[in-house]
Design a protein around this ligand. Structure first.
Ligand code: AMO
Length: 443
């Protein structure tokens, strides 16, 4: 008999079916044995009635996480036992036969326990099986699909960027050095920045997704050493505001798609619907700092950047006063932004750059880029970089690139904030941080 997925059992009422999956929970009640079974599509309760001696015999040793093939009859539950809020809460599988596909040791934690971050990560292959973790990564999958869907519709072309690079694009972010062939030094990329810019000379509008590496010794709830970055870059922009419109549209589409396709996951985390207007509210860094001073008395008006507490305050402000969970801060100082960022001639010392803040944290950086060859060489030199080292990249500019701009978006931070969870590592399947690459670096 063909396997039926657990989510489809409701359509087979009164019929005999075969399911395959894991034991989620086992409960013995006198002569009845109850199981919750789990497969990739959901959960269902099964029961072995007292007369099923063969099934009882096989089930004797079966514990949570054993993998089974179960033959059974789908029965409607009596009215008083219906659990309307639960998947398959109105049916039950009457177990007629069990085949063990794999046995399992006892889990090192109880499956419904509230686990701290260390335990969650120490036992990642197992903790990922929990409802909470499944919901995080199902929602993340929807985010990825929505990101691609929106940009595809806007005429973008997806491309794959290399991860082994000859130098650092971001100048500032720590970079991991590796030994390449013949002893040549090489690095792990910190961003696909240079490649996406070159690609605008081919496809005009491009995006790319994938791992990026940051060799920074942070111990915070927002930093990873390997992150998934979603980047796009678009040619023929008038200035950075065209890019701001595109990222507003992208994030709004992701928010709406989550509400439509990840309803259950959002409900699990009890998060309020995201306020994502068509174009996000924005203000210059200096205006934001003035606002903070006026409203809170904290004077950060000469600082070149926002501190985490400023970012939190601005997001609360936008939530309460601007009907938006997102706020864009523009015009960071030239000294704080990478060489490829366009200066604003109307605001000397500041750039046509921006960050998008979402529920208290920066999730996106972006800007209009310098597209003129000579100006770019000057900018590199002013940052102490050797243009010779970037001659491959500069070739694209020497032979004509259109005015362009783009963004980089951190997938894990975005997921974390959409779901209202507390640490970016919880929104990372297998986080790399200062303490661990799967297992702890030192005990
Ligand atoms: P930036 O360095 O600001 O910009 O990175 C873009 C976004 O990536 C995420 N991010 C991180 N997430 C977790 N841990 C980290 N260590 C980490 N570092 C960055 C954040 C951040 O907003 N090339 C530019 C983008 C551009 O201008 O197109 C860049 O890399 O969400």
């Amino acid at each position: 008999m063909e396997r039926t997925y657990i989510k489809d059992l409701g359509k087979s009422e009164g019929q005999e079916v075969v399911i395959k999956g894991w034991v989620d929970v086992r409960r013995d009640q006198g002569k009845l044995v109850f199981f919750d079974f789990r497969d990739m599509s959901g959960k269902v309760q099964g029961v072995i009635l007292p007369n099923q001696t063969e099934a009882h015999e096989v089930a004797k040793d079966v514990r949570p996480e054993w993998v089974l093939e179960v033959r059974g009859k789908v029965n409607k539950r009596p009215e008083k036992n219906v659990q309307a809020d639960k998947q398959n809460g109105d049916i039950e599988l009457e177990i007629l036969g069990i085949k063990v596909l794999a046995s399992a040791k006892e889990l090192p934690f109880s499956s419904d326990a509230d686990l701290n971050l260390d335990t969650l990560l120490d036992y990642r292959p197992l903790t990922l099986r929990r409802d909470r973790e499944q919901n995080i990564f199902r929602a993340q999958n929807v985010i990825m699909q929505a990101y691609r869907e929106y940009l595809d519709r806007q005429g973008f072309t997806e491309f794959q960027a290399p991860r082994i690079v000859g130098d650092d694009a971001e100048g500032g972010a720590g970079i991991f050095k590796i030994e390449y062939l013949y002893g040549h030094p090489a690095y792990l990329s910190t961003s696909p920045q240079l490649y996406k810019q070159m690609m605008t000379g081919v496809f005009e509008r491009v995006y790319t997704t994938g791992p990026q590496f940051r060799a920074e010794k942070h111990a915070t709830s927002r930093h990873l050493n390997e992150l998934t970055m979603l980047d796009f870059e678009m040619a023929f922009v008038n200035d950075h505001t065209d890019v701001m419109k595109m990222i507003s549209g992208t994030l709004r589409h992701i928010a709406l798609t989550l509400q439509e396709k990840a309803k259950n996951e959002l409900a699990y985390f009890k998060v309020e619907a995201t306020m994502a207007p068509e174009i996000f509210p924005s203000m210059k860094l200096r205006e934001a700092q003035e606002l903070i001073k006026k409203e809170t008395g904290k004077d950060c008006t000469n600082e070149p950047d926002l501190e985490p507490e400023d970012e939190r305050w601005l997001c609360e402000y936008a939530n309460k006063n601007l009907n938006s969970d997102f706020i864009i801060i523009t015009h960071y100082p030239t000294s704080k932004r990478p060489f490829y960022t366009m200066d604003d001639p109307e605001d000397p010392g500041f750039t046509k750059s921006f960050d998008v803040l979402f529920r208290g944290v920066e999730i996106v950086s972006g800007s209009q880029r310098v597209h003129e060859y000579e100006m770019l060489i000057e900018k590199m030199k002013s940052k102490g970089l050797d243009p010779e080292k970037f001659s491959f990249y500069l070739m694209a500019f020497k032979y004509g690139l259109a005015p362009h701009g783009g963004i980089g978006l951190g997938l894990e931070r975005l997921t974390e904030k959409f779901l209202g969870i507390e640490n970016v590592k919880e929104a990372t399947l297998f986080p790399r941080d200062i303490n661990r690459i799967d297992s702890l670096l030192s005990k």
